[in-house]
Design a protein around this ligand. Structure first.
Ligand code: TXA
Ligand code: MG
Length: 401
């Protein structure tokens, strides 16, 4: 049954968190009213609310109420075996979720000091008496983060309860980074969308497991906090001789059992895919042994004939980003991923680019590879999952013009 969806504006700059107070100060009456309406909807109606975080928009519901949390799964069409991240607004709220007398690993203390609130999710042992098994999909761990977006943190604080929140998209779709992305996808399925503007980071949080007996820090999903920053902070904060290794899943280690299970972010299910085919273009990496790259011009010209609409997400300073595209009747729409040296820009615009090109009605989307460094690691992790296939292409020295 369709419900009516209200979009309520929130002004993030009207919200502040005085260091010693447990509740935020909210100077805009409209923002306060919107947060209270959202909080009422969560608590009294036990219904989910969409809200901005610094990474992507989330679809939140009371984490400690199984029937409220169940609505997240039905609203998104999310498989029940994919666990949710629990969002907290304070360290005391974190403490209230952890097993009694649990002592934080020193690596977590270091990471939280630098990255909380922020785009870092940590796995903790789950206390089955507190956390519904629906949240953890029956796993022994629970994923928790403290978002830094003032609207997200204020919503949790005003509600005075942790919120479980996946990205606010139908399962399998690109994550939303603007309120209008959520509205287009979930109109009639969610009662309230808080609009706090575009998300700054643009890709989801980094999911880290530091509970391994080997002591290493495992990055299950690269995200807004970079692996380079995690290594730097552990190097600064941990005593020499006990600095943990940082291992990135699928780059530095594989785990067949983990990959068969849905607990590894984005492993089992289709992810990040718009309604049109997405092709990943490797423009600088070498093809696998024995293969030759395709001639870029011939490849691009072969994509369609008169009237075919092709969206191109490319770096602004690459051969693809600066070339003259073939004039054979294909209608090209370019969307810039920013300069190669600034992968944070690509992270910020990636999902908006996919969703904007999809809305414009292109027949296919091409995405250029970026270097898998800093935010580029998270970007390529999403791009590889969004893309149905990949091609290696090569520009001749004169480019296409
Ligand atoms: O930035 C974000 O993390 C956003 C915003 C809304 O906070 N949320 C988000 O949630 O991306 P979601 O559900 O789209 O992705 C969470 C990922 C899932 O893929 C899940 O596999 C993983 O976190 N996860 C959750 N609990 C886990 C657990 N106990 N063990 C391993 N992975 C877990
Ligand atoms: Mg998601």
């Amino acid at each position: 049954m369709a419900i009516s969806t209200r979009v309520l504006q929130c002004d993030p700059s009207s919200i502040s968190f005085p260091p010693s107070a447990s509740t935020p100060t909210i100077s805009s009456p409209d923002t306060l009213r919107a947060l209270q309406a959202a909080s009422d909807h969560l608590v009294h109606n036990l219904q989910p609310v969409a809200f901005p975080t610094e990474t992507v928009y989330g679809l939140g519901a009371l984490a400690l109420n199984a029937s409220a949390a169940a609505r997240i799964f039905s609203t998104k069409g999310r498989p029940a075996d994919n666990p949710l991240i629990v969002h907290v607004s304070s360290f005391s709220m974190l403490q209230s979720l952890l097993p009694k007398a649990y002592v934080l690993p020193p690596a977590y203390t270091a990471l939280m000091k630098h990255f909380w609130p922020g785009a870092l999710t940590l796995l903790f042992p789950s206390d089955g008496d507190k956390i519904p098994s629906l949240i953890t999909a029956g796993q022994p761990t629970v994923a928790i983060r403290m978002p830094s977006h003032p609207v997200a943190r204020a919503l949790i604080a005003v509600t005075n309860a942790p919120l479980a929140a996946p990205s606010a998209n139908s399962s399998g779709k690109p994550s939303p980074t603007r309120a209008e992305h959520v509205l287009r996808d979930l109109d009639g399925k969610v009662g309230i969308i808080l609009d706090g503007g575009a998300c700054g980071v643009g890709v989801e949080s980094t999911v880290v497991d530091g509970l391994n007996s080997g002591g290493e820090v495992r990055v299950l999903r690269p995200g807004g906090v970079t692996v380079e920053d995690i290594e730097r902070v552990l190097g600064i904060e941990m005593p020499a001789g006990s600095i943990p290794k940082v291992l990135v899943h699928r780059r530095d280690y594989r785990d067949e059992a983990l990959e068969a299970a849905p607990t590894t972010p984005g492993m089992k299910y289709r992810h990040y895919s718009p309604a049109v085919p997405v092709h990943l273009l490797y423009t600088t990496s070498q093809p696998p042994d024995g293969e030759l790259p395709l001639d870029a011009h011939a490849f691009l010209a072969s994509l369609g004939s008169s009237g075919t609409k092709v969206g191109v997400l490319s770096l602004e300073d690459s051969a693809l980003g600066t070339c003259t595209l073939p004039e054979n009747g294909i209608e090209w729409t370019r969307y810039s991923l920013g300069p190669a040296a600034e992968p944070a820009v690509a992270a910020h615009v990636l999902f908006d680019g996919l969703l904007t090109l999809e809305r414009q009605g292109v027949d296919m989307i091409l995405i250029e590879e970026i270097r898998e460094e800093r935010e580029g690691l998270a970007v390529m992790n999403r791009v590889k999952k969004a893309a149905g296939d990949c091609r290696w292409i090569k520009f001749n020295q004169a480019g296409l013009s």
